[in-house]
Design a protein around this ligand. Sequence first.
Ligand SMILES: [Fe+2]
Length: 176
Amino acid sequence: MRKELLELIPEFNLIRDKNLRERVLDIWEYALKENNLEIEDLLEMPFTLLIENPPANIISHTKAVTLTSLRIAEAMIDIYKERILINQDYLIAGALLHDIGKLYEFIKEGGKFVKSRVGKIIRHPISGAAIAYKFGLPEEIVHIIAAHSKEGETVKRTIEAIIVHHADFVNFEPFK
Ligand SMILES: [Fe+2]
């Protein structure tokens, strides 16, 4: 499954720290297994239930948010140099995991994805943060996952979380 995941999302390889990269992959594998999902299911899973016929599945959305985040960071580092500090590994890991909770929030029923029982009471930023904690990821990455959506409006987001939050919304709002 790891090999297939890496083929679909080669962006995992953008994480430079090998240990972190492996743990991010472990989380994807764990979330798939826990929800009895196959890779093929991910290709059918919409990234949101709020848009009818969304332009991306969960995989392409995750890739888009990761690459958007990285390019924002690159542009900012280019201009601001040492005046801005962005941890690129945290940024990429956070972007790759920001919607991992959707594997818990959505469930396939009668050939289409709907809100799961868990999804109705625990939104994906919360379940995603919980899994990241379980796997011992740095709190900075837990923060990116927990704060990427409206839940993050009540905390002061880090620079990495600000970037992922906006990268997520530019890959959502135009399609609404
Ligand atoms: Fe997202």
